[in-house]
Design a protein. Structure first.
Length: 183
C-alpha cells in the first residue's frame, strides 16, 4: 500500500508575496513624498501694488477688465488719429467704462477726465460711490498701459507719475499668476 501525503491547500506563500509588494509600494511612496520639494512661498506684493484677482471688488474687477480692453482701443485710435480721444468721444462710441450706461452707474458712476503726462496720457475716473469701486487711472505711454486704484473719490495728483501716485496712496493693479491660478 502506497501512502501519499497530500498537503492542504493554502495561500501562505502568495499572501507573503502580496504583503511584501504592498510594503514596497508604500515605502517607495513615502520616500517620494518625503523627497518632494515644498512649493515656493509667494512673495508678498509691494505696498504700492494690488492683485487683480484677490484685492479688487467685483465692480473693480469689471472696471479693470474694461480699462484693459479700452487701453488697446485707445492705443489704436491714437495711431490712426495722431491724438488721444477724449472721454466724451469714447463715451459716444459706447466704449466701456467711459459710456454712461446703467452698468457704469452700478460700478461706481465714474466721472472721466483726460490729462497729458510727460510721456503719454492718463484717463482718470473719479468714483461717485467709492464703497462700490474706487477711483481709477488708466496711464498710457508708448510701452503699454497701467491701471491704478484708490478707494476714495479723489482725483490723482498732478503730475501723475508713479512716485507721486504711490505717495498719494494710489495702488497699481497687477495680475499675478501662481500655482493657485491654474489647476
Amino acid at each position: 500500500m502506497h501512502h501519499q501525503i497530500v498537503r492542504r491547500a493554502g495561500a501562505e506563500r502568495e499572501t507573503l508575496w502580496v504583503l511584501l509588494a504592498a510594503g514596497a509600494i508604500l515605502a517607495s511612496a513615502t520616500l517620494a513624498i518625503g523627497l518632494r520639494t515644498a512649493p515656493e512661498a509667494e512673495a508678498p506684493l509691494a505696498a504700492h501694488l494690488i492683485d487683480s484677482r484677490t484685492g479688487l471688488t467685483a465692480a473693480e474687477q469689471g472696471l479693470y477688465a474694461d480699462l484693459k480692453a479700452a487701453g488697446e482701443e485707445i492705443a489704436a485710435l491714437q495711431r490712426t488719429e495722431g491724438r488721444a480721444p477724449t472721454p466724451e468721444e469714447l463715451a459716444a462710441q459706447a466704449l466701456p467704462p467711459f459710456a454712461a450706461d446703467p452698468s457704469a452707474a452700478a460700478r461706481g458712476g465714474h466721472a472721466w477726465t483726460l490729462a497729458e503726462t510727460g510721456h503719454g496720457v492718463a484717463y482718470a475716473g473719479v468714483s461717485a460711490a467709492p464703497e462700490q469701486a474706487g477711483s481709477l487711472i488708466l496711464r498710457m505711454d508708448g510701452h503699454g498701459a497701467e491701471i491704478w486704484l484708490k478707494r476714495a473719490a479723489e482725483a490723482p495728483p498732478v503730475p501723475s507719475g508713479e512716485a507721486a501716485l504711490s505717495a498719494a496712496g494710489w495702488k497699481r493693479i497687477v495680475s499675478t499668476f501662481t500655482a493657485g491660478v491654474t489647476r
